[in-house]
Every structure is written in C-alpha cells, then in structure tokens.
Design a protein around this ligand. Structure first.
Ligand SMILES: *Cc1c(COP(=O)(O)O)cnc(C)c1O
Length: 365
C-alpha cells in the first residue's frame, strides 16, 4: 500500500527529540502557553521573516482571529477563491462577512488577480488568497490591488509553510496570515494547531488577546475572546519539525519534479511553476480528462489518490443558495478533472516510477 503521506517515516527521524521534549513538558507541568510555544513562535517568526507569529489552536482559528484583528465584520465583502478547503470561507462567515467567490487562474489553480479586480465593490474590505497545494498565489499583483483599493490582505497559508514568491515567504506579505499544523500539512503537529503571522504590532497584540479569552492580564478581560491557544505539547513537535522544514520541502519538490518529468508525454496536465515562486507541493495535483479510470487503476493497486476538491465552495450545499446563479467556469472545469497523487519527503524515486507506470498503463492502453 502506498499512502498519500507517510507520517511514520518522518516520526522515526524525530522520535528521540520529540520524546525528550514531551517528557520535559510533562515533568514541568507547563502545559498552557509554556516555554515551547514561546520558543516556537520566535523560531517560526524568524524562519518566515515576519515580526510576529502567534500560536493558535488551528488553521481555521488562525484565519478567523486574523479577520477579527484586521477589523473585518458584519456585511463586509471578502474576495476569495471557491477552489479551496471549506475553512477559508468558514472563517469569513464567522465574522459575519460575505465571501465573494471569484475564479482561478487555469495554470496555478490560485485566485485570479483579474477576477479580484472585477469583483471589487464599495463594500469590499479584504482579499483572502489561498496558496493552494503549496503554490504561492500571484502576490505581486494581489498586493498592488489591495494597496490601490485600500483593502486588507489576509493570506491563507494553511498549505504553504515554507513556500516563497520573489524571495518572500508566504505569510509575510499580507496584513495578517493564517497557517495550519493539521498533521498532514507540510509542517504538521500530532493534532490540531495553527499560527497567525503579521508585521503589525497592533494586530499581534489583538491576536494574543483574542486567543486567550480577551485577556492581556490574567482575570482581566477587555473583549470577548476565545480559547484558542497552540498546545504546548504540539509546540514541542513543531519545533523539531521546523528545524527540518527546508529538507522536507526539498524532498517534496524533488518528488513533484520527478512525477512531472515522468508524465511529460502523457495526456496529463502537470503542476505549473512560474519560476517566480517556490512551490512546496503540499499536494501534487494534476488534471486529466480520464480521471476516474486512472484513479480506479491506482486504487486497485492500493496506491493512494484523492480529489482535492471535488465540489467547489459555491456549489457546496452550505453555499448553494447564497451563490445561486454564480458560475466560475475555470474552477468548475478544474474541479471536474483534478486529482492528487501521494507526495511527502519520504517518497522513493522507484515508488514514483511505479505510480506513473500504473497511470501510463491506463492512458496508453
Ligand atoms: C487545512 C486548511 C485550513 C484549515 O486548517 P485547520 O488547521 O484544519 O483548521 C484552512 N485553509 C486551507 C486552505 C487548508 O488547507
């Protein structure tokens, strides 16, 4: 069996370090916002090239708290993509704002700057691009549009830890950004976790207050906040993995490039890289008109494969009514043809060859 992601191999490498860190935490009983959360926040901020990184309970919370801290609220329009995980839009709904779904670029599957520009109205308050599958969105143009129209730029970096564009890390460009440490993400914990990054002192102070019951000083509460802290045990694991994140992402890039090379002659559209950014292949996602046949053959051979995402958000039951009549042709066409193959830093070249062999068998038969 070939899984989508091999977390066991990764654990073997960090086992000793993680076990020691966890044992120390248990010994010290410093379970909430302890020394590892503090150290991780500092190390993550340094790595990402941002002034502040604040640990929170999940990626969804990171986006939610970032929107609150940036003043997005009831009735505000937030322009985003429908080709993403539901949490992107959930965060917008939590603050009472309106997600305005626009179409994607056919090559990168990321939100189209032209489509953003066309969707701006007097009610638009923010733009929320997603660096989908680890591929940075076109941040140069998106930031220009946000500056020009005085809009908040909130990056959904839940799939893009370590990805960069024009030498800048994703999560260091917008007003505030959210990262997820869900176990299968490029930087994954052993449970839920998230991070907000920002260069604004004011935003950082608000996030710290919001994640801790609206409180700066214990038992003094200034606003209605949340219980959304990054867990100390998870911070131990994240610190061990953050040290190795470049190696992990390098392994993913190697695997992605080998897949693309081996499939160059097949009727499969492999991931596009524009050369401006560093794609970190959270997913290796291709387009193929014969998706169902190919996936069936892979499944028969116990090879992992999945469709991210089969139903774009504007067509989900939860948004169907709100988005009635909305057509996003590129998004719909990509969702109908995309599928993802196993990828992780521990995928052997021979395994990739075996997987491509199965795909080739279907498409050249
Ligand atoms: C994973 C993910 C989220 C949510 O992160 P959680 O940590 O699971 O809450 C949000 N947006 C995108 C694009 C994601 O992939």
């Amino acid at each position: 069996m070939i899984p989508m992601v091999n977390l066991k191999a990764q654990y073997a490498e960090i086992k000793a370090e993680v076990e020691q860190g966890l044992a120390e935490t248990i010994e010290n009983c410093s379970f909430i916002l302890g020394p590892n959360v503090q150290a991780f926040e500092k190390e993550a901020a340094e790595y990402l090239g941002v002034k502040h990184a604040i640990g929170v309970a999940s990626g969804t919370d990171a986006l939610h708290l970032a929107l609150i801290a940036e003043g997005i609220g009831a009735g505000d329009e937030v322009i985003t993509t429908a080709f993403t995980f539901i949490a992107t839009a959930e965060a917008i709904k939590y603050v009472g704002a309106v997600p305005v779904f626009v179409d994607i670029d056919p090559k990168t599957f990321n939100i189209s700057p032209d489509a953003i520009e066309k969707a701006i109205t007097p009610r638009t308050k923010a733009v929320m691009p997603v660096h989908l599958f680890g591929q940075p969105a076109d941040m140069t143009r998106i930031k220009q549009l946000c500056d020009q129209h005085n809009l908040k730029l909130i990056e959904d970096c839940c799939q893009s830890f370590g990805a960069s564009i024009n030498g800048k890390q994703t999560g260091s460009i917008g007003h505030a950004s959210g990262f997820s440490f869900f176990p299968s993400k490029n930087l994954g914990a052993f449970g839920d976790g998230g991070l907000v990054t920002t260069n604004s002192d004011e935003c950082a102070a608000k996030i710290k207050q919001l994640r801790n019951h609206g409180s700066d000083v214990r038992y003094y509460h200034d606003v209605i906040g949340y219980n959304s802290r990054l867990d100390e045990m998870q911070a131990v694991i994240l610190r061990a993995k953050l040290k190795r994140i470049d190696q992990y992402n390098k392994g993913r890039r190697h695997a992605g490039h080998l897949y693309s090379e081996l499939m160059a002659d097949l009727p499969v559209t492999t991931p596009f890289e524009d050369g401006l950014g560093e794609h970190v292949y959270h997913q290796y996602t291709v387009l193929c008109d014969r998706r169902d046949e190919v996936m069936k053959a892979l499944q028969d051979k116990q090879i992992g494969c999945a469709v991210y995402y089969p139903v774009p958000l504007h067509q989900q039951n939860v948004f169907k009514q709100e988005c009635a009549g909305l057509s996003l042709p590129v998004t719909e066409s990509v969702a109908a043809r995309c599928f993802s193959l196993p990828i992780c830093p521990y995928l052997e070249d021979d395994t990739i060859k075996e997987i491509v062999g199965v795909i080739r068998g279907v498409l050249t038969a």
